[in-house]
Design a protein around this ligand. Structure first.
Ligand SMILES: Nc1ncnc2c1ncn2[C@@H]1O[C@H](COP(=O)(O)OP(=O)(O)O)[C@@H](O)[C@H]1O
Ligand SMILES: [Mg+2]
Length: 340
């Protein structure tokens, strides 16, 4: 189902957590809300779920206006960071819980719980209590409890943040598969740019209760509207280099993988010096001194560089962005790139 926020504002005292937000989520899409802690991501989900009243604006699911409806009548399922499982209930009963409160028939509950549990790989663990499960398994119980309701929209609030790094990657892939299989609209909240890039059909980058930019992951990565989006997406973040031009100060942005480094003084470009070499296995990160500033460049894993080494540094014109003093993008320094 399509979800629409129309000029939605929500204040907590003097603080505006959602500042006139308009957002159109397509039916079946996985839209990621990405931004730093406190920017209003959870608030948007809670407004949509009906856990929080809005001050002004409208929220629509399909052709129904829902912002004045009881939470139970909105037909959305939310998965929280802390899972919120019932410790005294078995896995089966935890998953069955939302069906029981809706007085679904016993045989139907049994069928739907087993189907949801199978989808997330919990079919053999239905008799266990949450305390007898790993963090990853508990997280999957929370997912199954959302799936069993067959809602029109899934709301995921940082569902992977309590998992360790390896499990987080694995579960991220699982979630992507699950979303494809279910084909249901999903709004996924995270402060992790890697999760946003890999999961999102589109990403809405938020800051201070507003949406700064919305688009496909690679479009945002390549064409950020400002330095905030440019540095929030990508690891390492986009390099920013201060530059004086015709009396005005501008900022040049360049991605680590777009910097061309050569050990040869004949290579052209400008002078630089290697400060730190960090082999990552699949690639190597070099921290460089360049025009008295620091840059991080990504080079091939087998490239040989030493700390202290003098190198030539080239920032290809068609791979750099220029930003105003206030951080908004002016255009590319060289060739103009088409807007998405
Ligand atoms: N119930 C509340 N009472 C007062 N302030 C709140 C409440 N909920 C959220 N806020 C404030 O609103 C802002 C946005 O919060 P939140 O939506 O939780 O951010 P995020 O999920 O992006 O970290 C924060 O400054 C937070 O302190
Ligand atoms: Mg939050």
């Amino acid at each position: 189902m399509r979800v629409r926020f129309e000029r939605v504002t929500k204040r907590f005292g003097a603080h505006t957590a959602a500042d006139g937000i308009s957002l159109d989520v397509e039916s079946g899409e996985c839209l990621v809300l990405l931004g730093p802690s406190g920017c209003g991501k959870t608030t948007l989900l809670r407004l949509l779920a009906g856990l929080e009243p809005l001050d002004s604006g409208e929220i629509w699911i399909g052709d129904r206006r829902v912002d004045q409806l009881e939470p139970a009548r909105r037909d959305v399922a939310m998965v929280f960071q802390n899972y919120a499982l019932y410790p005294h209930l078995s896995v089966f009963d935890n998953i069955a819980f939302p069906l029981r409160t809706r007085h679904v028939e016993t045989a139907e509950i049994d069928r739907r719980v087993r189907e949801a549990a199978t989808r997330v790989g919990l079919a053999d663990l239905l008799a266990r209590k949450p305390a007898q499960l790993s963090g990853g398994q508990q997280q999957r119980v929370a997912l199954a409890r959302a799936i069993v309701r067959n809602p029109t929209v899934y709301l995921m609030d940082e569902p992977l943040s309590n998992l360790d790094a390896q499990l987080r990657l694995q579960t991220r892939t699982e979630l992507k598969r699950l979303h494809r299989e279910l084909g249901t609209t999903m709004i996924y909240v995270t402060h992790d740019q890697g999760e946003a890039m890999t999961l999102g059909g589109r990403i809405a980058v938020m800051r201070g209760g507003r949406i700064v930019q919305i688009g496909r992951p690679l479009d945002l990565y390549r064409q950020p509207v400002d330095t905030f989006v440019g540095t929030f997406l990508g690891s390492p973040p986009m390099n920013l280099i201060a530059e004086s031009r015709q009396g005005a100060v501008a900022t040049i942005g360049v991605r680590a993988e777009d910097i061309v480094i050569s050990p040869s003084p004949l290579a052209g470009g400008d002078e630089g010096r290697v400060l730190v070499v960090e082999p990552m296995g699949s690639e190597t990160l070099l921290t460089l001194e360049y025009r008295s500033q620091r840059l991080v460049a990504r080079v091939a894993a087998d490239a040989r560089f030493e700390p202290g080494q003098a190198v030539r540094v080239r920032l290809p014109d068609d791979r750099t962005l220029t930003f105003n003093a206030d951080g908004t993008r002016i255009g590319t320094a060289g060739r103009q790139v088409h807007e998405p």
